[in-house]
Design a protein around this ligand. Structure first.
Ligand code: ADP
Ligand code: GLC
Length: 491
């Protein structure tokens, strides 16, 4: 068995350069954890114009680089910087595709029409990059639909190329709700033989489905929690792909995400006003007062704050929360600190709420990493009523900050949070099963009453939550085992 693997990560985002969600946190942290286990990892993402090249000391390393797409030869360039001591990250610069502020959409949230081409190009360019920098991969590890076609390029285009002959394809599904569905018009550009356009691979109701093709061609496929791996094998959760995942058998599995505790730990977090840890919690109450000031909430250390940091997307269940929040606020002594952006109706609704209940509801529409850390630190609870949640990172961050999660028991939320037991005081959070206004109302009420009436339980839960570890080391080991198995099977 080869001890030191060469692993190429292909993705559409990586923190801190380009981020819209948890995908970027994973693509940033997992390579570092893999190198700590002795492997050699490189990352490739597009060079969006929003990436701060100066700040990150990003330099051009290859120009021009020719990439052959189905019906054209195209020329891009490659830039790079040190992501960490041992991980290099590469950025594909191709003006016509990536010289845009948004990663996937314009400021009105309209997807760019050429997204299929933009990300097909990324997938294919990554192979040329490997050759040009002489990085012979043992594993091509691609993330989500944007990089899924690399699984097909690997087998269809590079299968007989000695440079890639031994490489296996690993695909991680971070969110099956996004599949890269597009019209057949894009097919010629991809450059695959006609037989790839069949219902067992890329074809989907007459169009193309990137994720489905990737699943079919990948040697191994995983998602980011064990429960979501099971859920996605059912019609309810799979967005149409369950039979393909069931058919993968043991080649489809779940590995829970870890957390980068250098970034998300109240003991060392540089973005919060006062540091604290499980032994000395005084900093947390100070962070709470700061948070109340920041959101113009009534300054009162005895009123519990419920935090939200989220994309406003249907996946997150916030429309159901929105439908019940005006019942919660008059009936419970509680405050909300809400940060997020996305769906315009939700943005407007939450904004109107903070005008209506200024002492109890604070809202910031936008994307703000510093504020996200401050909400984690200053809140007492953190709510995620997700319709589905492949893993979810914020609830895991919340545990470390002693901010007890209130979650719907789905996907990674169910796997990472232990239900409160009112008899014993066990547990790390408050879970409900059905995504209904009533269930949210009752569970928020349960958390709030625990805050006021069962302080000893609350304390124990906070301590237990803060002592939980979801470090990347264990998950990285599981990834390596899965790579090694795939390599064995490929021989
Ligand atoms: P998802 O990837 O589905 O959005 P996760 O819980 O896995 O959900 O990850 C979300 C990540 O994005 C977290 O790191 C969270 O702090 C961050 N995030 C989401 N929305 C915002 C926002 N408006 N401002 C700052 N950070 C945000
Ligand atoms: C996706 C999922 C989220 C997960 C993240 C990282 O965006 O929605 O649940 O934590 O990817 O894997």
């Amino acid at each position: 068995m080869k001890q030191k693997l060469n692993i190429l990560f292909i993705a559409s985002e990586c923190a801190p350069y380009a981020k819209t969600g948890g995908l970027s946190d994973v693509v940033s942290a997992l390579p570092i954890a893999l190198t700590k286990l002795g492997h050699n990892v490189k990352i490739v993402i597009p060079k969006y114009s929003s990436i701060d090249t100066e700040k990150f000391k990003i330099k051009e390393v290859l120009s021009p680089m020719g990439v052959h797409m189905g019906n054209s030869q195209e020329w891009c360039s490659v830039h790079s910087t040190k992501h960490s001591k041992n991980v290099e990250i590469y950025f594909i610069e191709y003006e016509q595709y990536y010289n845009r502020e948004g990663l996937y959409n314009d400021s009105e949230m309209n997807d760019y029409k050429d997204n299929p081409k933009r990300f097909a190009f990324l997938s294919n360019a990554s192979f040329q990059l490997c050759k040009d920098i002489n990085f012979k991969p043992d594993v091509i590890h691609s993330h989500d639909w944007q990089a899924a076609l690399s699984m097909i390029y690997l087998k269809e285009w590079y299968g007989n190329d000695p440079f890639f002959q031994d490489a296996v394809g690993a695909l991680t599904i971070h969110n099956i709700g996004y599949q890269g569905k597009c019209s057949f018009d894009n097919f010629e550009y991809l450059g695959f033989s006609n037989y790839v356009f069949n219902p067992d691979v890329l074809e989907d109701f007459g169009g193309i489905n990137f994720l489905k093709g990737g699943i079919q061609y990948a040697d191994i496929v995983n998602t980011v929690s064990k429960k979501y791996a099971e859920e996605t094998k059912t019609e309810e959760y799979s967005h149409g792909l369950h039979t393909f995942l069931i058919n993968k058998g043991e080649k489809y599995f779940g590995i829970v995400n870890g957390v980068d505790y250098e970034q998300w730990n109240p003991k060392v977090d540089k973005l919060i006003s006062h540091n604290y840890d499980v032994k000395n919690m005084s900093g947390k109450s100070k962070c709470k007062l700061e948070l109340q000031k920041k959101f113009n909430l009534k300054n009162d250390k005895n009123t519990p704050i419920i935090g939200i940091v989220s994309r406003f997307a249907s996946q997150k269940g916030l429309d159901t929360l929105a439908s019940v929040i005006e019942h919660i606020v008059p009936n419970m002594q509680v405050q909300f600190a809400i940060l997020g952006s996305g769906d315009k109706n939700l943005e407007n609704y939450f904004k109107s709420l903070s005008a209506k209940y200024p002492e109890q509801i604070g809202v910031y529409i936008g994307y703000d990493n510093e504020l996200a850390h401050q909400i984690e630190a200053g809140s007492d609870f953190f709510i995620m009523p997700s319709l589905y949640e492949p893993c979810g990172l914020n609830q895991i961050y919340s545990l470390k900050y002693g901010t007890l999660p209130i979650v719907r028991a789905t996907g990674g939320l169910d796997d990472t949070i232990d239900q409160y037991n009112e008899k014993t005081g066990d547990g790390t959070g408050f879970k409900f099963d059905d995504l209904t206004p009533q269930a949210i109302y009752d569970t928020v009420g349960w958390a709030v009453s625990t805050y006021y009436d069962r302080k000893d339980h609350l304390k124990k839960m906070i301590k237990r939550a803060m002592n939980k570890e979801y470090s990347w080391k264990q998950s990285a080991k599981e990834y390596v085992e899965s790579y090694q198995k795939a390599i064995e099977n490929n021989k």
